[in-house]
Design a binder for this molecule. Structure first.
Ligand code: GDP
Ligand code: IMO
Ligand code: MG
Length: 427
């Protein structure tokens, strides 16, 4: 049976939470495979709104087992408070399983994230300040702390010592900060051990056995393709692989198991934090997209940068992820524009370029080449099928599909679960 990957096709915040929740009722497992609580996934169920940061959005579907895979970085205090917040709202979280190999975001990783950003000044990345980059850096440097380390005090102490050795030199000598005491960190981390114990499991084994038993597994990406450490707009990226391959390494499931890769694609474009963004708008249209689309960060509360749809990016997402489908979100936000510009190519140093340039310098110089598509003024939020959409909205979707290289199998016309037009079934 299928393993499906659902991921962001742009710079994050495409509506992955809503899409995951929509499928949650029909799948057995929902797995986060990378990132951490830098993510903010909104799910609206009836009159209830949930903002999930670390937990997979499948946690809101009673039949579904939520999984935090080995590729995720976990801040234990955030995880525990997210769990208790959901429990207070009557959500059963007891099925959650957490990989013992997932790395822990320690308090010093959060400190290093904030201090580094401050030190970078104008050159900062605009991170979420949640310790994501420094935790992945420790993982790659082989001085990371894993969930399983919480259950061996002696190993934990040795590892925290190793991790703080160089960091304390940097913090005190370069950044003029106080050194961080090993004992204090160990004590804080040990306090989480028993609270997390019921969730810790060999998630790789569980997921592979589930697939052998024909269960349906959905991998829910955090962030988006253009924020990928390898395939995104480096260095203005996050420190993990949100792209499809990340699901294999971040959950321990082979690529042969994955049958469908769904790219979540906003009908326009947004970005939070620094970095190039060819279709970004600095005018009233940008303001209007922000206002109508409610484009404010779920995690940091920052205003999102807004711009028109960029088909070059969508094509790129199709390519690097091997997308089989798109889920187009927020089409309703575009209601009311007489004409809607869509970026079909770039002009770089006087030349027309159809595909995303691999050179950072070229991408920084990319100017959007727009095609104007006719808009619509009818309210589309009640549309249930493609034919309910006004002709121009249908033509907009078809044009995007043509340019983006994969079928648009669902369309979001509002934040609620049922505000979705399903065209092709995902399962
Ligand atoms: P994620 O990080 O990809 O899960 O996306 P976010 O939750 O950060 O941002 C998406 C926002 O758009 C949330 O507020 C969703 O409730 C909302 N949303 C999702 N799909 C739609 C849609 O089709 N129409 C409208 N109007 N809002 C949507
Ligand atoms: P979801 O899952 C949008 C951005 C940050 C910053 C860069 C690096 O909700 O789509 P980090 O803290 O990860 O080191 O920051 O990545 N970023 C996101 N932007 N949506 C997200 O998650 C993001 N997670 C990180 O703004 O530019
Ligand atoms: Mg988000």
């Amino acid at each position: 049976m299928p393993a499906l990957v659902l991921l962001g096709a742009q710079w994050g915040d495409e509506g992955k939470g809503k899409a995951t929740d929509l499928l949650g009722g029909s799948v057995d497992y929902v797995v986060r495979y990378q990132g951490g609580n830098n993510a903010g996934h909104t799910v609206v169920v009836g009159d209830q709104k949930y903002a999930l940061h670390l937990l997979p959005s499948g946690i809101l579907s009673p039949g579904c087992t939520p999984v935090i895979g080995n590729g995720v970085v976990v801040d234990p205090s955030v995880l525990l408070s997210e769990l208790s917040g959901l429990n207070e709202r009557g959500v059963d979280t007891s099925k959650l399983i957490l990989s013992g190999n997932a790395h822990i975001i320690t308090p010093y990783n959060v400190t290093v994230d904030k201090v580094t950003e401050r030190f970078l000044g104008k050159r900062k990345i605009g991170t979420t300040g949640r310790g994501i980059g420094p935790t992945y850096a420790d993982k790659i440097n082989r001085v990371g702390i894993r969930v399983q380390d919480l259950y061996d005090e002696s190993i934990l102490t040795q590892k925290v010592e190793a991790a703080l050795d160089i960091k304390n030199q940097v913090l005190t000598k370069l950044y003029n900060r106080r050194a961080i005491a090993v004992d204090q960190v160990v004590e804080e981390l040990l306090a989480y051990a028993e609270k997390l114990r019921p969730y810790v499991a060999d998630t790789v084994l569980v997921l592979n056995q589930a697939l052998e038993e024909d269960k349906v597994v959905l991998f829910e990406g955090g962030q988006g393709t253009l924020l990928d450490i390898d395939h995104g707009t480096y260095p203005f990226v996050t420190s993990s692989n949100p792209t499809a391959g990340g699901a294999c390494t971040g959950a321990g499931v082979g690529p042969t198991k994955i049958s469908r890769v769904i790219g979540i694609l906003k009908a326009y474009t947004t970005r939070v934090g620094a970095g190039p963004f060819p279709t970004e708008l600095f005018d009233e249209d940008g303001e209007a997209l922000r206002r109508i689309g409610g484009e404010r960060g779920v995690t940091t509360g920052r205003d999102r940068r807004c711009g028109w749809f960029d088909a070059v990016i969508a094509r790129y997402a199709t390519r690097v992820n091997g997308l089989t489908d798109f889920f187009l979100t927020k089409l309703d936000v575009l209601t009311g524009w007489e004409q809607i510009p869509v970026c079909v190519a770039y002009e770089i140093d006087g030349k027309r370029v159809e595909e995303l340039p691999y050179s950072q310098t070229d991408f920084h110089h990319a100017k959007p080449v727009y095609e104007m598509l006719p808009g619509w003024s009818e309210d589309i939020s009640k549309a249930k099928s493609f034919s309910d959409l006004p002709k121009n909205a249908q033509a907009y979707v078809k044009a995007l599909e043509e340019m983006s290289g994969a079928p648009i199998s669902a369309i979001g016309v509002g934040p609620g679960r049922d505000e979705t037009i399903e065209i092709n079934s995902f399962l």
